[in-house]
Design a protein around this ligand. Structure first.
Ligand code: UDP
Ligand code: MG
Length: 308
């Protein structure tokens, strides 16, 4: 098998059929496997997938999770099940045009120095917020996050094996893809409108995603408490000296109520912030040490064991 295509999907009943038609038309006459990872959809997605599989047993395979584990887990399951020389990840909503798969395949065929091809979204005005986010996260984690780089990527086999070696439960794909290194060719593309259904990302998910990314790939936030501690100690020492001299020069003064309260509140705030940061790391460590599986499969359709 030359090409494995991984499609993570969650509640995409409106668009699966369209996606399947489009991708089979684009890849006509090619040998490929289409791995749908049903990430615990609550709508009719699985039945539609089963129907597609009935009509195209040769190409279509389905892994269905016991519940929603998230796109990152779905990607992991797909990579694990893939067997192609090249493996590509694509969204089910047709925002990523399947025609680029051919382009990526050609690059890996012709340019042997590249191990991976990644489609990235060119910078637009709308992406300003994301740009700031990526700059920040690159600085904190010291990993080079290419701005606008998507999960729409094609890997050679050994790159897939490298990703599979990263078995953490708290998966931040963008971080994992940069962390493993390898020689990546970035190709610009323009994402299209969703062809049905709606996005699964709310603002609060994005914030959580960002925090998880930073915590998963950097320990520098932990140093904040050290820096803040040193900083406040210096200020406190300076203030102490000031009070000492003032008392010696002008005599004993009635201590100020307002300044005392301010100090208590500021220090209390700093301590809670630092405990909070520590808590984030401890909770992640707690979850990771349990070594729970990244996903649980309920059904596998189209794999060899079904045929035997
Ligand atoms: N997805 C998934 N599990 C989730 C959320 C999303 O498998 O918990 C899939 C979704 O079905 C789609 C892809 O991930 O195929 C990208 O999701 P979406 O289009 O909502 O993200 P966006 O394109 O808005 O970033
Ligand atoms: Mg989308």
């Amino acid at each position: 098998m030359k090409l494995s295509i991984i499609v993570p999907l969650y509640n995409e009943e409106d668009v699966i059929e369209k996606f399947y038609k489009e991708i089979s038309k684009t890849l006509e006459n090619k040998k490929y496997e289409l791995l749908f990872i049903n990430d615990g959809s609550k709508d009719d997605s699985l039945n539609i997938l089963k129907h597609i599989h009935e009509n195209d047993k040769e190409c279509v395979k389905i892994i269905s999770f016991s519940r929603n584990f998230g796109k990152e887990a779905a990607i992991y399951a797909g990579l694990k099940a893939s067997s192609g020389k090249y493996t590509v990840i694509i969204d089910a909503d047709l925002q990523q045009n399947p025609k680029y798969i051919l382009e990526m395949e050609e690059i890996l065929d012709k340019e042997s120095e590249y191990d991976e091809v990644c489609m990235f979204q060119k910078q637009t005005k709308k992406r300003k917020k994301q740009t700031i986010f990526y700059k920040l996260i690159s600085k904190i984690t010291k990993i080079d996050f290419v701005n606008g780089a998507s999960d729409f990527r094609m890997f050679r086999r050994y790159v897939v094996d490298a990703i599979l070696e990263m078995t953490e439960v708290n998966r931040f794909s963008k971080g994992i893809f940069s962390w493993i290194g390898f020689n990546v060719k970035y190709i610009p593309y323009v994402p299209e409108e969703r062809k049905g259904g709606e996005t699964k990302w709310k603002f609060k998910d994005l914030v959580r995603y960002g925090i998880n990314g930073i915590i998963g790939f950097s320990t520098s936030p932990l140093k904040i408490s050290t820096y803040l501690g040193v900083f406040t100690s210096f200020i406190a020492f300076g203030y102490l000296m000031f009070l000492l001299i003032k008392t010696l020069v002008t005599g004993v003064d009635v201590p100020g109520y307002a300044s005392t309260i301010c100090c208590v509140l500021i220090l209390g705030g700093i301590q809670l912030l630092c405990t909070g940061i520590l808590g984030e790391y401890v909770s992640k460590t707690y979850v990771e040490t349990k070594k729970r599986p990244i996903y649980l499969t309920k059904e596998k359709i189209g794999f060899d064991e079904n045929i035997l």
